[in-house]
Unconditional design. Structure first.
Length: 368
């Protein structure tokens, strides 16, 4: 009896061994023939000149992070090489260079194209316009993104646009003297961006639009008397506090500012679905990241400006803010009359904002 049991046990053990070996062989074979995880076969290198130095936090700093993320997300098949301002293409030439195919991508802001496309500033910053959350809501869940691409298409530019960073309010400007009334603005020479610049022009200011790296020399040489550029932590890197000491708030002209990645449309159309999804989602993540970065670092810069640099933080009085808003309404009406697409975008944005106001006034705590 014992001999029979031992023989049976040996037989079962041998059977189990054969079964185990067979399963192992099947698994190994399956592993050999199974396709690898889906990765785009074609490699794409985006050579990307940028309009803002990567050393500027929240402004230029987002794009190297996007470059790092798309490489990781694609397994290396999608890469972005970032070129500092002026190294490959001058900042104000990025749109034309991407459209023509001279370069295949660029990082900039649409407000720089106001002279070419009147509606372009509406997709970068709007005086007395939406804050970051509202702006993103319109872009992603209103008609904003659709109109953004339509703007470039109808203007004849061969580009695909992706919003890729956003910052919260900027300062309203740096001045050598106090500004207490609209009369104090008359005759000033000032660097000013976007639609806010048209407001200042109507108030007697001679405005010019300079890239960030050219502003300090212009102030130093007296080519301009005053400037606005960005948020306190960004302006600190450019050294405005060394030359002008009156820093005004709130930034009525730019309550939020959007930055874009432009990709040559032929390159975009030829890209894989995976690469497109990676770019879109990396940029959407960058919108949240750049907003958070900007919000985190401003107070320290403001405190340092006051305590170490002798800067005076000033707040526009009610009369000045009312003057800016009244003048902006005049500018908006004029621009809409002069350009049908500007009128279309502004009407859509204003309609969205009217609806959003129901939520905003009921949901958020009052400021001050």
């Amino acid at each position: 009896m014992t001999t029979k049991l031992n023989a049976t046990a040996k037989s079962l053990s041998a059977a189990r061994l054969h079964t185990t070996l067979a399963v192992t062989a099947i698994v190994a074979s399956a592993a050999t023939i199974a396709p690898p995880p889906a990765v785009a076969k074609d490699k794409l290198l985006l050579k990307t000149p940028i309009a803002f130095a990567t050393a500027l936090p929240g402004l230029g700093s987002p794009i190297p992070r996007v470059a790092k993320q798309i490489k990781l997300m694609s397994g290396g098949t999608l890469r972005m090489k970032v070129y500092e301002p002026g190294k490959l293409v001058p900042p104000f030439e990025i749109l034309g260079a991407v459209s023509s195919g001279k370069i295949n991508s660029g990082y900039t802001t649409s407000g720089y194209w106001a002279g070419k496309i009147p509606a372009a500033p509406l997709f970068s910053a709007v005086p007395f316009g939406p804050e970051a959350g509202e702006y993103m809501a319109w872009l992603y869940y209103g008609n904003g993104l659709k109109l953004y691409q339509e703007m470039y298409d109808q203007a004849g530019y061969n580009v695909h646009v992706i919003p890729c960073a956003i910052i919260a309010p900027e300062t309203s400007g740096w001045f050598a003297t106090e500004i207490n009334s609209p009369d104090d603005l008359k005759g000033l020479k000032m660097r000013f961006f976007g639609l806010g610049g048209k407001v200042m022009q109507k108030l007697g200011v001679a405005t010019s639009l300079l890239p960030g790296g050219e502003i300090f020399p212009a102030l130093e040489k007296g080519a301009i008397d005053a400037t606005e550029f960005s948020m306190p932590a960004i302006d600190a890197r450019l050294g405005f506090h060394k030359l002008v000491k009156f820093n005004y708030f709130p930034g009525w002209h730019q309550q939020a500012t959007v930055f874009e990645v432009l990709i040559n449309k032929d390159v975009w159309n030829g890209a894989s679905a995976q690469h497109k999804a990676i770019l879109e989602n990396a940029c959407k993540a960058s919108m949240a990241d750049s907003f958070a970065e900007g919000e985190a670092i401003q107070h320290a810069a403001m405190i340092k400006n006051v305590e170490k640099h002798g800067v005076q933080i000033k707040t526009w009085n009610d009369d000045m803010l009312a003057t800016f808003q009244k003048t902006w309404n005049e500018v908006a009406e004029e621009e809409a009359k002069n350009d049908a697409f500007f009128a279309k975008v502004l009407a859509d944005l204003n309609s969205f904002r009217e609806g959003y106001q129901v939520w905003k006034t009921n949901a958020f705590l009052p400021r001050q």
